[in-house]
Design a protein around this ligand. Sequence first.
Ligand SMILES: CC(C)(COP(=O)(O)OP(=O)(O)OC[C@H]1O[C@@H](n2cnc3c(N)ncnc32)[C@H](O)[C@@H]1OP(=O)(O)O)[C@@H](O)C(=O)NCCC(=O)NCCS
Length: 296
Amino acid sequence: MVSTAEYTIVPITMAHLEDFRSAVDSVAREKKYLSFLEGPPFAMSKAFVEENIKGSWPHVVAIADGAVVGWCDITSLNRPVYAHCGELGIGVIPSSRGKGIGKALMIDALRRAKEKGLERVELTVFEKNVPAIALYQQLGFVIEGKKKSAVKIDGQYDDLICMALRFDDVENEHHDKKILEELKSREPIFHHPDKFGRTEHDILNQICDEFWEVGASGNVYTKEVVLSTLLERYNDPNYKDIWEAKDFALTRIAQDNYLLTYTLIQDKTRLTKRSTLWRRENGAWKILYHQGTVVS
Ligand SMILES: CC(C)(COP(=O)(O)OP(=O)(O)OC[C@H]1O[C@@H](n2cnc3c(N)ncnc32)[C@H](O)[C@@H]1OP(=O)(O)O)[C@@H](O)C(=O)NCCC(=O)NCCS
């Protein structure tokens, strides 16, 4: 159960049936968002809710002031080949929109879908439904296609956007964001002696055996040259290290191998583009290759 001062989100029960129907009916009658123009008949709604409860399909409702003000369901596609998928439907009555209820409903329903073992959740949405598309994208849904002029209400056409979320993709994205943060904290490379140490052993711990670098000067630096330069630099009390790093982008090249690119401004004047190939060896990040290119 999710509870705030304004609303509570709970799994639907048969006691919510009438209220759920009336919420669906009110959103359907807006004729702008749903693929039906009024709430389904009582028997159909009853069978729908019973089926969801019986099959433990995620179906949650938001309650405010004792009434159902929104719902989110993720239901079966009713074919063995689609057994790993669910189809999402959602709605919040007009007076309760824009208060975080839709998002909270979806987060709760998606959590239940994942717990149920679903791998993919899909939906269709009218192209003109900008708030819903924004919500879906925010929660990791991606656009997979478009059915042109698939909707016609009162003579007006709209395209139908097909969207889906795969839990694996969301996890991978989350994982890559975490890695980006880890690697950003190590860049620019060799400029964090306080964090990663200043001895020969500390420096060698940060680089792969095969490491080499092409400096922004265009010169090639071997591991040995980099090591002696850094030892000298770290022991020079007059060495001034002024830099700003930004525009980080991470690309996974292979398992445990990442390309990190960014912009570096040194001494407030020297602008270079940087690329570091990072490799994770035995749980530790090491630099395989680095390159700098002067931009201005
Ligand atoms: C889509 C809907 C469920 C969103 O519910 P809601 O409670 O109003 O949304 P929330 O307040 O939780 O907002 C969640 C996100 O939705 C998006 N959103 C909400 N209202 C928006 C608006 N007016 N314009 C653009 N984006 C909007 C934003 O991404 C927002 O995230 P943010 O607050 O971090 O910016 C609701 O507008 C609704 O019921 N619409 C009619 C029915 C419908 O469209 N169902 C879906 C059919 S596919």
